[in-house]
Design a protein around this ligand. Sequence first.
Ligand SMILES: Cc1cc2nc3c(=O)[nH]c(=O)nc-3n(C[C@H](O)[C@H](O)[C@H](O)COP(=O)(O)O)c2cc1C
Length: 349
Amino acid sequence: MTDLNRNKKIESALSQKKNEHIFLALKQWKNIESKKTNFSKVFLDRPSLLTIDYKNIDLSTNFLNHQFKWPFYIEAMSGGSSLGYQLNDELSKIAREFDLAMAVGSQSIALKQTDKQTIESFKIVRKNNPNGFIFANIGIGHNANEAQQAIDMIEANVLEIHINPVQELSTSDGDRNFSNWNETLQDIIENIKIPIIIKEVGFGFSKNSLLKLDNLNVAAINVAGSGGTDFGLIESTRSPNKTWGEQVKNISSNQNSLFTNPTYEILKNARNLNLKTPLIANGGIASADDVFKSLALGSHLVGVAGYFLYLWKNKKLAEEIRNWQTQLPFLYASFNAENLNDLHQLNIK
Ligand SMILES: Cc1cc2nc3c(=O)[nH]c(=O)nc-3n(C[C@H](O)[C@H](O)[C@H](O)COP(=O)(O)O)c2cc1C
């Protein structure tokens, strides 16, 4: 019996959905080489006459009322099933070991399904990491009261709200009523006291959306562009109405679809918009080079989901994080950057 079948037997439909997300994402990331080219069109102008002193290199980033030691973190993926518990348990131990921040997956399931097991699949992240920096996560459409429950559940440092219309529409049983989004978002912004991040889930934000989000006065926007995990493909594959799923797949899952919005392009657009809200980069990050380029393109922090999931499955996550923590100072030095401020001044071709 596969893990997926075993989980199907003992868990609710919602938990099963969470497991399917993990299995279908892993299937996409098996084709790892195709995911390693997302940032190949970004060229950084490397100065030769360096002025920095290597010993002054400081990778930390001061952001969201916190001094992050490393500029990358584990982005939202898990919780809400027994596999979700295992993943959150193991990822949070790695986050603690390597001093990385970590987001939990959507806690919407724990607001609906309030049994001990479901709640524990999120709480384990704080239990393993009492002093860690942890992001709560809910979908847009929840009100401030629900957001506060999600925050309290894991004593979160910040709240991430994901806006995922294309994901919902990709499956025939996804949400279809978006009419309370503006109102509930305003309720959260007015009443939640910790920093709020608005994020996509891999379809990215257009220029106009970035401008609108910039006016909300949230603490950060996570651009979460395309190139990495493709939730159009995940949801259309698991859509109960197969005809709907097939048609969505035909429309959305090719490199030139209307939904293609690569992370590097959004970051480049944002540079020209002079947004006042700081950015988080996410979507298709699969190397220290990608982290470095994303920071140079103006972001303050870089979130990694699917690639870390793939490495976790292959028992290589700790090794790769160690590699990145060694490679990044080398990259900073090679490009004459002692810190994030210097990196933001680099010329991009
Ligand atoms: C298995 C899996 C589950 C995810 N679940 C959530 C979630 O619950 N909430 C959320 O905001 N994003 C979720 N995401 C989206 C990621 O946080 C991220 O925005 C997206 O996958 C793009 O990044 P990537 O290319 O590094 O995977 C999930 C991603 C994966 C791979």
